[in-house]
Write a protein that binds this ligand. Structure first.
Ligand code: SF4
Length: 313
């Protein structure tokens, strides 16, 4: 039974050691069309759970072998918040982790449960999935257990973002023709404007899905990113199918694009042709474009936007 996996190096979270809270069975309250695990009916509780002391013993040994870990990531073959002893587990990890950060990846549904809500407040970092906010779209894409109501989940996510003091990330995974419509994006946008978070990762299907659905291209993700409010910390996280577009941008187009949506150097590598990259470098040298850190990543933005923000605050 492999409870601990990794370490894996992620550009976003650093060196991460994973804990799988359901190593032998898929146990999830969703049955997402895009899940990389095999399809399985949604459940509301775990039928197979490991003891906290077993996890802590495995983690202690792994931390001895890998002392320079940045993040301990709690995940599962399924949904980690279904683990019945999560609260005791995070207390036990907190007691031994030192300066290492804790992160949990969850589909957000259990935030409607007051006890789980409080438990998640204890993590240093929380990543919440929110693929849709319209009940019909949510039903189609995430196929939740019948007890789950996305309208309650949406309210719980907003409330969590107000009470949480750690780093909160939101993830939206887009599936072709399901949640990539203008209507759903507009509704997601309205919801996100009420969620206080470090970063919003937009992704798509990167691995073979449980059901016959397809993802969208990097260019489509980029177009979707432009539809969200410019104040939202949007980041395109899915690059597996990113074909380089290498489009030509003049100076005005570069400034307008960065004004609407700050870009990382990886985005630039995919979107800009060589001449545009040179133009961008001149703008950086000229201090018209600056680099800012947001949600652990470096983004390029028009310098005037930073000055405007400073003047406002
Ligand atoms: S929430 Fe995650 S584990 Fe559960 S079905 Fe969806 S993708 Fe799979």
């Amino acid at each position: 039974m492999n409870i601990i996996f990794g370490p894996v190096n992620s550009r976003r979270f650093g060196s991460s050691l994973g804990i799988d809270l359901s190593p032998t069975h898929k146990q999830c309250n969703f049955d997402c069309l895009y899940c990389e695990l095999a399809p399985a009916p949604a459940v509301v509780s775990q039928q197979h759970s490991i003891a906290v002391h077993e996890i802590i013993a495995a983690l202690t040994q792994a931390l001895e072998e890998h002392p320079n870990i940045d993040v301990i990531t709690i995940t599962a073959n399924g949904e980690p918040t279904l683990y019945p002893y999560l609260d005791a587990l995070i207390d036990a990890i907190d007691a031994l982790k030192g300066t290492t950060q804790t992160l949990i990846l969850t589909n957000s549904a259990a935030l409607t449960d007051a006890h789980t809500f409080k438990t998640l407040l204890k993590f240093d970092r929380v990543k919440l999935s929110l693929d849709a906010v319209t009940p019909e779209v949510f039903q189609k894409i995430d196929r939740p257990h019948s007890h789950i109501d996305i309208l309650h989940v949406k309210d719980a996510v907003k409330e969590f973002s107000q009470q949480y003091h750690g780093k909160l990330y939101i993830e939206i995974l887009f599936v072709h023709t399901l949640n990539d419509t203008q209507e759903e994006i507009a509704k997601l946008n309205n919801t996100l404007l009420h969620i206080d978070c470090e970063r919003i990762d937009l992704g798509t299907i990167d691995r073979p899905p449980a059901y016959p659905v397809s993802g969208i291209s990097y260019r489509e993700l980029h177009e979707i990113a432009q539809q969200f409010d410019a104040t939202l910390p949007i980041h395109i996280a899915s690059r597996r199918h990113a074909e380089a577009c290498h489009t030509s941008y003049d100076n005005d187009a570069i400034m307008n694009t960065l004004d609407k949506r700050p870009l990382t150097h990886d985005d630039i590598a995919l979107l800009f042709d060589d001449a545009s990259k040179k133009r961008l470098q001149y703008l950086i040298d000229d201090k018209k474009v600056s680099e800012i850190e947001r949600g652990d990543l470096h983004f390029l933005v028009p310098t005037r936007n930073i000055i405007r923000k400073r003047q406002k605050s």
